[in-house]
Design a binder for this molecule. Structure first.
Ligand SMILES: [Zn+2]
Length: 397
């Protein structure tokens, strides 16, 4: 049987709590990490199996301790080298059946033969990608780079051009880094990777219940936001968070504004070296109020602050900011101030963007013609709205 894993980073103190723990691994120190990895590996792999290690087995290949440790791991080991693998020491070298930088093999998935491309680095265009070939890779860990790679793949999967050229094969690539939640520090078969991945990746909500209790499918943009920004996942069973439970309370004309805002937030975290999985930003409520966008949020360690005073005439909103935002000037405080600016910029933009279609719009206040609810609309959506209101009035006479 074939197993896959990558980026174990053996003997690398900074992937444990004794060091920087940059992967957020659950190990106190190297001893702890090594014993868990060895136990999981040898409980599963036999000497008749083959384990493909997709790079960065360890930080160095010349330590006697490392050589001794790797020799206790069962199975035939084939290493597809990563940037940290130094395999010059003969004693280390002979522990591997094969050492290479890139490999193409066959494996089976649900009883079907599948072509696999194995490489330490994620490749955007890999061999036969449109014909069902699966890429396994490592290197990027659970980082912002993983997020951007997956984002590119999703966009390519949504691109009709690729479908027409090659049938309907969806692009499939899996990061087999041991720290990925679906890998959990053990070598896994292709079937395990594919099945676990589905289970662990974003659980996107695709429909909501209306007031009659019927399921209404969500708009495509509402699904896309959840897919592209895991911290924007919805969850109808969450009773404590209005956004998670009810989703977006405005129309799709503001999609671009929202998307730009979320991308800026992700980029701001990335500036501080924080990957997508560690983002502590929590959306609390996203709605239209007095014709403009309101984006209330909090942080995992800071309860949502959704209290705001609106001055309708001036179009101003006074927001009560999280308590500790002005205290100190550390990295977190600075970042949270910047995020506040990013969010309020998005809210400002909604004041001149049609909520229905995204075209240039303005706040419409038409109580003179019987429209009391203000909305930001473009000329044509505004006219449409007036027509509908008049028809409704006529039908009541
Ligand atoms: Zn419009």
């Amino acid at each position: 049987m074939n197993f896959y894993i990558s980026d174990l980073h053996l003997f690398h103190k900074n992937v444990t709590r004794a060091g920087k723990d940059f992967d957020d691994r659950p190990f106190e120190d190297l001893e702890d990490m090594h014993s868990v990895i060895k136990e999981k590996w040898n409980a599963k792999v036999t000497n008749g199996d083959t384990v493909y290690i997709l790079g960065d087995m360890a930080m160095r290949g010349t330590q006697e301790e490392l050589i001794a440790f790797v020799s206790t791991l069962k199975g035939h080991k084939i290493i597809i080298r990563g940037n940290h693998d130094d395999i010059r020491d003969l004693r280390y070298k002979q522990l591997f059946d094969e050492i290479c930088d890139y490999k193409e093999i066959n494996d089976t998935l649900n009883g079907e033969n599948v072509r696999l491309v194995l490489c330490h680095y994620p490749i955007l265009m890999w061999k036969n990608q449109h014909y069902g070939s699966i890429l396994l890779y490592g290197h990027v860990h659970n980082s912002i780079e993983e997020y951007y790679f997956k984002k590119c793949l999703r966009e390519m999967n949504n691109e009709e051009f690729f479908d027409r050229r090659s049938g309907t094969k969806i692009l499939r690539a899996y990061n087999v880094g041991c720290m990925m939640p679906y890998m959990d520090y053990e070598p896994r078969t292709l079937s395990e990777i594919v099945e676990n991945y589905e289970e662990f990746t974003t659980k996107v909500v695709r429909e909501r219940k209306n007031y009659k209790g019927e399921n209404i499918p969500l708009n495509e943009w509402e699904i896309k936001i959840q897919e592209d920004f895991p911290f924007m996942e919805q969850d109808p069973s969450d009773k404590g968070n209005i956004y998670r439970k009810y989703g977006f309370e405005f129309a799709g004309g503001w999609y671009d504004i929202l998307r730009e805002c979320l991308e800026a937030i992700v980029a701001r975290y990335a500036e501080d070296g924080i990957g997508l999985a560690e983002i502590d930003f929590v959306p609390c409520q996203l709605k239209e109020k007095f014709g403009t966008l309101r984006f209330y949020y909090g942080y995992t360690d800071e309860h949502c602050v959704n209290a705001a005073l609106d001055f309708l005439n001036a179009g101003l909103t006074m927001r009560f900011k999280p308590n500790d935002e002005d205290e100190g000037d550390d990295v977190k405080t600075k970042r949270r101030k910047d995020i506040r600016t990013i969010v309020s910029t998005a809210e400002q933009k909604s004041k001149c963007t049609c909520e229905m279609c995204g075209a240039e719009g303005k706040l419409r206040n038409n109580s003179d013609i019987g429209i009391y609810r203000v909305k930001t609309l473009c000329d044509s959506c505004h006219e449409k709205r007036i027509k509908i209101m008049q028809q409704e009035k006529l039908s009541k006479i």
